[in-house]
Structures are given as C-alpha cells and as structure tokens.
Write a new protein. Sequence first.
Lengths: 106, 613
Amino acid sequence: MLTAYAGILASVLAAALLLAAPWNAATLAGALLLACVPAGAAVMCWIDSGEGAAQAGLTLAISISVLAILSAIMVWTSVWEPRALLALAAVSLVSCSVRLRNEVPR
Amino acid sequence: MIRRGLAEIVAEGAADRVTTRRWRRTGLSAPEQQASSVITFVASISVSLLGVGAWIVGVTELRPSGIGLYGLLASDDLWFVLGFALLAAGFLVELRASARNWVLGLQLVAIIVAIHASVPIIFRAPEYAWVYKHLGIISAFSTYGHITDPTNIYQQWPALFAGVAAISSLAHVSALSFAAWAPLAFELADALLLIAIFRLITRERRVTWLAIFLYEGLVSWVGQDYLSPQAFSYLLWLAMVLILLRWLRGTPAVTGGRLARVRAPLVAGLPPAEQTTKIMRAVAVALLAVTYFAIVAAHQLTPYLALAGVAALAALDLVRPRWLLALMAAIAFGYLAPHYGLISQDFGGLFSGGTPIQNASGAHGTYHPGAEATTALIVRVVAAAMWLGAVAALAMRRKALGRVIVPAALAFSPFVVLFVQSYGGEAIYRVFLFSAPWCALLISSALLELRFPRRLPIRWPLTACVCIAVLFGGLQGLYGPVRVDAFTPNEVAASQWLYAHAARGSLIVLPVDNFPALEAADYNDFDLEVMPSDPQEGVAWLDEGDIPAVKQWLTSLGHETGYIVISRSMAASAGYFGAPKGYHQLAGSIPASLGGSVVYRNTDATIYRVSLD
C-alpha cells in the first residue's frame, strides 16, 4: 500500500516539476524522482517483500534499471526523446492506482 | 514472516542476550532500566549531534589550499577529525545500549553524509579525473542522442551514461552540476539494500547495523562509488542478491549423489528456505533478468562478478530455478559477443592471463616514500584485516557452516575473477568491493558473539576499537590523496574554456594525467595526449625536465600548434607520487624554452599555446 502511495505521489510530483517548475534545481529534483521511483513502484506495489528497506531498495533498483535500459535503447536506436520517459510516471500512476483500488473491500 | 527462514544463518539474538544478562546481573528494576535507557538514548543522540556539529565546523573551515599531501585527516582542522570520532562514538553507544533501529539509521545516515559530502563541499567539483571522461560520454549522448564514437568502450556499454544523460536532458542541467554528489547517493542506496539483505540473513539487529557501519568504513578507501558504471552496477548487484535471497533461495539436497555428500557439511545448520509461490518466483526471475541486463549493458566486469556470486550459491544448490545461472550467462555472453573486439583491445580479451597474484597486485603505484606509501600501507592493512577477519569468523562457525555459508560464498566468490583478469590492474579493487559487505557481516557477527570470561568485559571495547580502526583507516585511504584526486572549480573552468575555444582537431597535451579533461560532448574531436613520462601509466621513457626531448616528442605528434595545460592538481600529483620526473622543471620553463604563450590563466590552471613547427 505504502509503495503504491509513494508511486502515485512521486509520479505526480515528478511530472509536475518537470513540466512546470521554473528553476533548474526543481527540474533536476523532478528528473531524479522520475528516475528513482515510478517504474519500480509500478512493479513493487504488487509485491510484498515484507520489509520496508527491501521494498524501498527494490523500488529504487528496478526504477533505475528500467530508466537506464530505456535510455540505452534510445541511444542504440538514435531516437533520443528523454521526455518520453514521462510515460513511466503515467504507467506508475495507473499501476499504483489499480493496486489501491484492489485493496478497497467492495 | 520473511525475516524467518534465512534469519538464523548468522548470529541470532547474541547481543540481545548479552544486554538481558547485563540487566539481570545489575539487578535493575523495570523503572530503573527505563531510566537507564533514556540516559543512554540522550547520551547517544547528544554525542552524535555534537559529532555533526564538529564535522560541519570542520568542513566549512577546510580550504583546498590548506590540505597537505597526507589529506584531510592530517590537516590542521581538528574539528573535522573530532566530528567523525563523535559520530562513531554516538553510534556505538546506541548500538551497545538499546539499538533502536530509527536512531541507528539516522546515525548511519549522518556518518555516510559526513564521509561522502566532505569533498564536494570543500572542493565544489567532482572528484577523480576519470569522472570527467564519463561526463564527456554523458554530454555526447545528451547532445547528439546516439553513439558518436563506436571505438570508445564506454559508449558500447551505455546504460548508465544514457540514463544520466536522460536525467540531464529532462532537467536541462549539465551532469557536471550534480556528479560530485554521486558517491553520497550511491552509498546511501547501497546501505539501504544492504540493510534489507542483512535482515534476511540475520535476525539480530545489532549485527546488521554494525555490519553496515564496518562496511562503510571498509569501502570508503576503495573509491568505487563515483559517477561510474561500476557504482551503478554494484548497486544493482545488491538488488539482485536481495531478490535471490528473498524469493529464489532453495534448500540444498544433502542426500543422493556424491556432490550432495560433499555439500552436506557446508550447509549443515542452514535454515530451510522461505515458502513462496510459483508466480512470485517467476516475477522474481523476471525482475532479476531486467536488473542483470541493466548491469550487463552498463559495465564490462560486474556481470562476471555477479555470475561468480550466483555460481557459488548455485554450487551449494541454494538457487532456484537451477537454470537461473544459465539464463544469466546467456544474457552476459549474448551482450559480450558482438562487443568482444573492444574487450580484446582494451583488456586483452576475457581471459587476459596473468597469475592470480599478478592480477591482485593492483594499479602500478610509485610507492613514493611519504604520503603515498603511508596511505597505501594503511589501506593494504585494512584490506588484509578484512579478509583475515572474515576467515577467522568462518573458523569460529566451523561446526555449523550452514549458518554463514551464504555470506561466505558471496565474500569469497569474487576472487575467481583474479584467475582470469587483471582488468587493467583494477580487478583487485572490484574483488575487494564485492567481498566487503559479506566480510563485514561475518566480522560483525563474530565480534558480537565472541565469548570472554565474565570478568573480562572486552566485547564492546574490542568492537569500538575495530570500528574506529576501520573507519579511520578507510577515511585515510579516501581522504589521503584528496589533494591529488579532487579538482577545484577553477580547474574545471580552465578545461571548459579549452574545449570551447580550441579549434577542432587541436592537440591538447597533459604533462600529468590528472586534469578534468574530456568532459565535452565533442571530446573525440581533439587529440588529447599525455606525456609518456609517468610509470603509473605504463610508458615512462620521457624525462619532463629534459626540454629538448619534450620538444622532440611534441613535434613528433604532427601538429603545428598545441595546448599544454599546467594545473594545481598536476603539481599535487607530481608531489604525491614523485612522478612524472621533471614535471616542476617543465612547468617553469614552458614560456622560455618551449616558446609557449599564455592563452588562459586562473589561480589553479594555466593553458599555453605552443608552436610546434
């Protein structure tokens, strides 16, 4: 649950900072947030490792792995569109939201 | 639920039992115990806060110009050293008393910040000359969005560089502006993953926190956490270990074949693996494959260190599914095959030869008497003590090796690399890095379980001595060469001016290979040459004090003009290593003997244009 909330918060904040923040420091914070949380949260919100540090560590590791692989693919294919990485925030938002909805008893 | 299972591999409850016994012996009532707990809490927090304060005073008073060849710890500023001593003391007080997770966590974060934020605060520029080469690749990807130099090995393993280039492009800031903070970020992330892993291996929280403390001290000298593919890959390797131990650990078969019988004493006492579902195993395999592919696409050596680690666990039948190793090998060799030419060119192939002893000898230092030799000796003692300590810890557990077999396998499997590769003299440093967490865990477990006669209360004094020795030994290794390794904004500004103003194709000459060069996106449009005068670079036939020979070598490069850079860090390097020979003579004679005219100068760097007709 916490991972899902973290994923939603990070995705929204990262997108907002990257799209609207007027200062470089804020856009850098947004880019780092995008790199470190959404992709991992999208996966880890469905997995319970049972340990906060493990949950946070794997969220981070999966996020930067996905970002690095997608960026490398852009370099290999010469299609350099870093803003497309904002899709990670969208995917995370959907995945984490669905996870939270599934938790609500009907 | 997760913490059970593997949780009994290393010491369980040892230190807790010690504390309980102490209370019982002292005969304290519950309220007295509570009061005592509050006092130790206040003491540990106060000491740590004083440590943070002393470190802040120290780090704000230190100036690059005031740092000598023995580094930060030997500077005149006692506040800096006092800060680390108090931070360690506060941590140890809390560890011995109540070992509250949140307090130890905050104290550990403070220690990591103090270790890795000092140099960025003092110098305000990324440390290590080779970081600037990485920045050049990042800049090239960020500017052009594709591989610009197929012969550059960094560009063919682009995952980390491309990822940072994407962050840089998204944020519209140069990676140069945040690269200095990479060691701090990587170490915090590594510590987070290690906490999670150690909690899977041991239920005893004191062992976990002590192991992290020892680890941070041990690895601080090895300097593998700067903005680099290896730091990135190492972090992902820790994530892989976490996934393996959490979801993919198997229970070894100890009856049946000959192999099982050989394995039986090694896994005696190993707790059964956690129950997990087939689906979760499949998800874990997928996550592991993605993480491993990111490692493979980022760094040349780490995939094989990871493969060695998983192979060691697989040999003990601790990995499920059993074909996981084959999957990893397929990913690693599948990526290597089309890139083998570059590996062959840079490292003499996958098997570069050399005996393990040769491959373990490390980079070719000059062992210059004084600062370099002293610092080198200290870090060698730290490294030797780590491995000997781990072996001693294993010897203590010889009757139930299964309890320590996982950290033991991970601690000693990286040595396999030394049988096949020297990795340009750097393999031993990677072996140390990959071995360090598990050695730290074994040592901390042994320290907290050592049995002494009742009247000999030396467990905690011994633990404190080990912690202080490891921390300050590691810090000397990290901060000892800082005058050489770190650069000032002035030096970076000189380099940026050069790449912005020199014509494409220009010759740039470095008398010492210690300058923030190659950080520009178009780095390969310039002919950067380092004078062949430093034994650390392998070829060292030129005496830089022999000006006619220098002139002849410059002319042989085939350019009409060239730029020669002289800088503060080059002078520091020549003083620290005692090489290259004649550097100071050359630096003083460029205008007169080589006819060089100054085209750029600030307080830390001078650039000369020299006619080579």
